[in-house]
Design a protein around this ligand. Structure first.
Ligand code: GLA
Length: 407
């Protein structure tokens, strides 16, 4: 039989398209156009979660102003499931922790106007030893969709012999096939440089190992080391070009309210906002102090994080333990963070006119000899003059001043 050459080309193109569909994961493109914001159970509770505790957390999420400030996702981390799958291979919520199953809790979260997230792992077991998803990707994705899951955090323990790129692509495709839009949060700790390959696989990827509630020094946890805020910060500068709307570097969840000093919490939050980081609170919302709440719900800081341009800050200047991080914003505005990591109070005198700030990545430039900008202090919540005069202020140790520059 003779096949018309045009038909041949059409057929070949169709085949090629089908193959490409299999090769490349097709994430839900419209999600996380700005960095996702939410709360996650891990940093405070680890696996010690149950229905009454979590319902209380959901209620406080709303009543404390977190929801109004823009936090949307409520994510259960490791430890939500029973130790065994059921006879059909389905995951089951731990019946002691969730006596009426997970759908009931997901409905509770949704009824409060929040979105619901859950955790599992690419390996055979999760990091805390619960059933992992290896070999059950499509089945688990369908189950999550039936529960109304909106966000999946996918970890990397117990993965000997598994190819990371393929494992995460498979889960991404499984989510797509299940049909419910879910943010896919890759959590392989930056080991396989996900910023290089995960843009089309998920909406965010962890860039480092786990954070701990330490500002400067890492914290030894016995078998492993929890990274400090500053050591994570130092690993972000070189990967900023990989982040943007729909695909974010994730320097891990927030430790605000988990034991650091007020100024350290404030600096941690500021730096994460400058980095356009996903903002996942990890504290006990029911017990948070007014100071902690004021940090987490500072709307002007959050607006830096959520800026629609979606560009991460970079370290523009460093001298004597003072660093200046700058974040180009939409409408030719600029976020500027003075960070004092010298360990002692420092007087900063900075003449805007001495430095032109250029950013090839966002194609933006700021020459203060040409254009005068107004300065707003986002923690003091007041306007503090313009770039015609040098910025001069004493910054306490482990603290920040964050400014928004507008024309
Ligand atoms: C890993 C992740 C953490 C948390 C735990 C749960 O360490 O990086 O964020 O999810 O597993 O066991």
């Amino acid at each position: 039989m003779k096949v018309n050459p045009i038909k041949k080309i059409l057929l070949a193109s169709l085949l090629c398209l089908a193959c490409c569909g299999q090769l490349f994961a097709q994430k839900f493109e419209e999600l996380a156009q700005t960095p996702p914001m939410g709360w996650n159970s891990w940093n405070t509770f680890q696996t010690n979660i149950d229905l009454p505790l979590l319902k209380g957390m959901v209620d406080t999420y709303v009543s404390s102003g977190m929801k109004d400030a823009g936090y949307t996702y409520f994510v259960l981390d490791d430890g939500w499931m029973a130790m065994q799958r059921d006879k059909d291979g389905n995951l089951v919520a731990d019946p002691k922790k969730f006596p009426n199953g997970m759908k009931e809790f997901a409905d509770y979260v949704h009824a409060k106007g929040l979105k619901f997230g859950i955790y599992n792992c690419a390996g055979t077991l999760t990091c805390a030893g619960y059933p992992g998803t290896r070999g059950y990707e499509y089945q688990d994705a369908r189950l999550y969709a039936s529960w109304g899951v909106d966000y999946l955090k996918f970890d990397w323990c117990n993965t000997d012999g598994i190819n990371a790129v393929e494992a995460y692509k498979t889960m991404s495709k499984a989510i797509r096939a299940a049909g419910r839009p879910m943010i896919f949060s890759l959590c392989e700790w930056g080991q396989h440089k996900p910023w290089r390959w995960a843009k089309d696989v998920g909406q965010l990827w962890r860039s480092t190992g786990d954070i701990g509630a330490g500002f400067e020094k890492n914290i030894s946890k016995g078998g492993w080391t929890a990274l400090s805020v500053l050591s994570i910060l130092d690993q972000q500068d070189s990967i900023r070009q990989y982040a943007g709307p729909g695909h974010w570097n994730d320097p891990d969840m927030l430790e605000v309210g988990n034991g650091m000093k007020y100024n350290e919490d404030k600096a941690h939050f500021s730096l994460w906002c400058m980095l356009a980081a996903p903002l996942m609170a990890g504290n006990d919302l029911r017990k948070m102090s007014d100071q902690t709440r004021a940090i987490l719900t500072n709307k002007e800081l959050i607006a830096l994080d959520q800026d629609p341009l979606g560009v991460e800050a970079f370290r523009f200047y460093a001298f004597d333990g003072i660093e200046i991080w700058v974040k180009p914003l939409a409408n030719n505005e600029l976020g500027v963070c003075f960070l004092n990591r010298s360990g002692k109070p420092q007087k900063v005198s900075y003449d805007w006119k001495d430095h032109v700030i250029n950013d090839a990545l966002s194609n933006t430039g700021f020459d203060f000899n040409q254009t005068t900008y107004k300065l707003r202090d986002l923690w003091e919540k007041k306007d503090i003059g313009t770039t015609t005069k040098p910025f001069s202020q004493v910054i306490p140790a482990d603290d920040v001043v964050v400014l928004r520059l507008t024309k």
